[in-house]
Design a protein. Structure first.
Length: 278
């Protein structure tokens, strides 16, 4: 349903213009939580991933190129509003030129349990306390592209459905199962690692230590199911996490370089662990 508006003051645009990310998540009533998807491609992947659309917001000139998405949303529910706003108003909202077509508001999905996310999985990634939305989104994109079966995030890790993370992931957060793991934000591994073992996963911490084995080690390739644990760029993985994992692994590097950006490191590790077995 096309709805033309003149100003962002319209209260129907609260999700786009006035609510903070914390308010959108709505921790007190998570079933009412919302996330924002940006660009036609991301909106399309959200729909393909079964996300429930609440509205779209775009400039008039993008209507023709977004026609197939608008039609698809009308088929889901013809009363879902497609707001069309003036160029200047949208620029105020975004702070930049909206060059990717549209914004979409969606209902946040029901959180999966670890066992649900890992059902049938052979390789999973565990993100420990990664507090950079760009890195979270980039890791999801690499995971989806390189065949990782699921992503698990610790209690302190940033939200994959934060707008920037969704945008950087190019919507792959809707294509790969994910769940929160661990009960304690300060020591998720105390319950999280035993749960992974219970589900049949060998755990491998990507970290530098005296007993690190190469990512190319044949022992890793023989694991039927493996969970690769990735940490923050600054502090890396917690010592308690490394101690609880079955292996500590490292990426062989040249020129005395000892580390990579966590998103880059994840892509290398995913390629090594997943692609050769394809």
């Amino acid at each position: 349903m096309i709805v033309r508006i003149d100003t962002l003051e319209d209260e129907r645009l609260n999700a786009y213009a006035r609510l903070t990310e914390a308010q959108l998540r709505n921790k007190l009533e998570p079933e009412k939580g919302i996330f924002i998807a940006e660009s036609g491609k991301v909106i399309e992947r959200a729909l393909e991933g079964g996300m429930q659309p609440l509205s779209l917001l775009m400039e008039e000139k993008w209507l023709p190129s977004m026609a197939s998405i608008v039609e698809r949303i009308e088929q889901i529910d013809p009363t879902i509003p497609v707001f069309v706003a003036p160029h200047d108003e949208l620029q105020k909202l975004c702070g930049f030129e909206l060059t990717r077509g549209a914004l979409g508001a969606f209902r946040r999905p029901r959180p999966k349990s670890v066992s649900e996310a890992c059902e049938g999985a052979r390789v999973v990634a565990v993100l420990e306390d990664i507090t950079n939305h760009t890195n979270v989104g980039a890791i999801f994109r690499s995971a989806a592209a390189l065949g990782v079966d699921a992503v698990l995030i610790t209690p302190a890790c940033y939200d994959p459905l934060y707008r920037r993370a969704v945008r950087v992931s190019m919507g792959t957060v809707f294509q790969i199962p994910w769940a929160r793991i661990g009960e304690d934000a300060h020591d998720w591994a105390q319950t999280g690692i035993p749960l992974l073992h219970e589900l049949g996963f060998t755990t491998a911490a990507l970290a530098l230590s005296d007993n690190s084995v190469s990512l190319r080690d044949e022992k890793l390739k023989k694991c039927e199911k493996i969970a690769l644990v990735l940490g923050t760029e600054g502090d890396g993985l917690a010592e308690s996490t490394i101690a609880r994992c079955d292996y500590t692994v490292k990426i062989p590097m040249y020129h005395q370089v000892d580390s990579l950006n966590v998103a880059a490191a994840s892509a290398v590790a995913f390629w090594e662990l997943v692609v050769p077995s394809a």
